[in-house]
Structure formats: C-alpha cells, structure tokens
Design a protein around this ligand. Structure first.
Ligand SMILES: [Zn+2]
Length: 340
C-alpha cells in the first residue's frame, strides 16, 4: 500500500528496543500489505456515502458477531472498516499441527492470526481492516485474572485516552455514520473486550470534540453494542440437547440461568441476512486456529442449520432508532435505518 505523508499511518512509531516480537510484527505488516491491493489506496474511503466502523478485540470476534452484517454492508456499497485491537496472541490453538504457535511455545500465534483475519476478510469482502495503532501495538491480555493481564504491553494495561486517540484518528479519517462495539461487559467479560468497549466509547466522545487532537471533528450518529439475546442461546442449547449433545456448552441448561446473553427487550436491531451465510461460514473456517470445525460454534449450525448464524442482534446506545425499516417485532433491520 502507498502511505502518503498525510496518512496517519505514515507517522513514525515510537522507537523501542528490538525484540524477537519485532520480527513477527514486521512479517505481520507484510501480510497486511499483501492483503491490500495497490489500487485500493488511490480510492478514498469517503467515496462511499455510508461508512461503518467495527471495533473488536481479537481476530475472529468480528466474524462470529458481525459476519453477515459486514458481508451485507459490503454488498450494499457501505465502506466497512474493521479495527482489531490485538492480534489474539494468547488464544488457544485448536489445530494440533499448529500448537507450536501458542504463547507458551513459539509465541507466534498473533502473526498467524493476521493471516487468518486477512482470509476471513476476503471471504466477507472487507478490504479495510486495521489493527489499533498498527499490528502488535497492543497485546492480547488473556482471560480475566491471568498473569498475562499484567504485562505492560497488554491491551488491558493500555492508557485509555492514548488508545482512544489512535481510534479517533481512524474515526476522523473514515467519518463513519455508524460504529459497532461491545457492551460494558465486553459481551462475556474478557478484559480485551471490556477494554475495546471503553476505548471505542471514549473515542466516539473525543472524535467529536474540536479541542481534541488534530483533524476535523466527527460525530458518529449511531453506536451499537453487539448483543446476543438470551432467547437465541436457549433456542441453540435446546436444539443441541434435543440432538443428544450434552458436551457442547457442558453444564448449561437451556431452561436455567445462563452466564451470557442479554434480555430480549434491550435488542433494538436484528440483521437477518441468510444470503451471506456462506461468506460468514467461510470466514469462520478461515479462523481455523480459533474456531474448530468439531467445536461448539459448528455444533450449533450442525443442529440448528446454518441459519443459526444468519441473524445478528444489536442494541442501539447512541442516536435515533430508525422506523423506516423494521421487522415484525419492531426491530430495525439494518444499522443505517433512519439515516440519510
Ligand atoms: Zn475476543
């Protein structure tokens, strides 16, 4: 890709001591460069009238949570920008031949996941995907309570305004009408998801403030949090148990208390896009080290059919709910509902 002097990416990163990780990051950068064809850089983001930014913690979160939304948006001519905050270095490796990549072995999983993400984005048709502050700026913090939460380079330890400032640059460049991130709990309590939520919400605030940084202020019209309605979880669990599967999401009773999911009445928006289910499944398969074909995510589609992945739900937390495109339950059917 061509980096022009006024491109925020042209800013020299702060000098830091050379570590084995630097080599990994250089390779990750080159994967990203190969993923963006030269011609793309001459087109401006602002050529597309509708623009969507999604802020995620790790490669794969975007596909699981927003795969059909992203694919449909691209098909509708929306400029989709994915900002991923870490490389997912601490993830568990579900492919036996690649176990050596794990953080406690070669510690090369992050670089590998950059490639997985690039393949997934190709499947969804998304060309603009970036890492917050560049690949490797923030490291995966690992699950809540682990010693990896305390590593100084972990995203959990990031200075909120500094990380938000990096996202402000993206928001002011892309000028999205809509931004998607997680709720305060990050959906399920992972520190990087919670931090991604904080950084995204702070950045929306700072981007609109003329007193902050350089560049034209930009006010994002609508902000959504990803949401998984409890009823969808129950439906999924019931289908698994009815099929005799007692090991997937082991110990969870479809009629009992569930540790995840939000009440259905906070859902404002449901994107139902079965025409993009193949793209989403292809993107899920691209994240091979994270989403096992014989694991719980595919167990759901094996029992409920692929349609289980065709719906994605959201809660609108900033902006005005649109009433021009609604489903039978009164939910918005698209993230740009009610906008120009
Ligand atoms: Zn994640």
């Amino acid at each position: 890709m061509t980096i022009t002097p006024d491109d925020p990416r042209s800013k020299e990163p702060e000098a830091r001591p050379t570590t084995p990780e630097d080599e990994v990051l250089r390779e990750a950068e080159s994967v990203l460069e190969q993923a963006v064809p030269e011609a793309e850089s001459s087109m401006s983001v602002l050529d597309d009238a509708r623009r969507l930014v999604l802020v995620h913690a790790h490669p794969d979160d975007e596909t699981i949570g927003n795969g059909v939304t992203m694919a449909r948006s691209v098909a509708e001519g929306v400029h989709v920008t994915l900002v991923t905050c870490t490389l997912g270095e601490e993830g568990e490796v579900l492919v036996p031949e690649l176990e050596h990549l794990a953080a406690d072995k070669d510690d090369a999983l992050g670089q590998h996941r950059v490639g997985e993400l690039a393949t997934a984005m190709e499947a969804l048709g998304v060309r603009d995907f970036r890492f917050l502050g560049g690949p490797g700026r923030y490291r995966d913090s690992g699950m809540m309570g682990l010693p990896t939460n305390d590593r100084p380079e972990s995203f959990w330890q990031a200075d909120l305004d500094e990380a938000a400032g990096l996202l402000v640059e993206v928001i002011r460049e892309v000028r999205p009408q809509v931004l998607v991130t997680y709720d305060e709990n990050g959906g399920y309590g992972h520190p990087d998801h919670i931090q991604a939520h904080r950084v995204a919400m702070r950045a929306v605030e700072l981007a609109a403030d003329p007193a902050v940084g350089s560049g034209e202020p930009w006010s994002v019209e609508k902000v959504y949090w990803n949401a998984l309605p409890v009823s969808w979880w129950r439906e999924g669990l019931r289908a698994l148990r009815a099929a005799g599967d007692t090991t997937t999401f082991e110990g969870l009773d479809p009629e009992g208390e569930l540790p995840f999911g939000v009440e259905d009445d906070v859902i404002t928006t449901v994107v139902d896009a079965p025409e993009h289910i193949d793209a989403k499944l292809a993107a899920m398969r691209a994240h091979a080290t994270q989403i096992a074909l014989d694991g719980p995510f595919f167990a759901l589609s094996n029992n409920l059919g692929n349609q289980v992945w065709a719906r994605e739900a959201y809660t609108l937390v900033r902006g005005v709910r649109g009433h021009d495109e609604v489903d039978a339950d009164g939910h918005e059917t698209g993230l740009f509902a009610g906008l120009e």
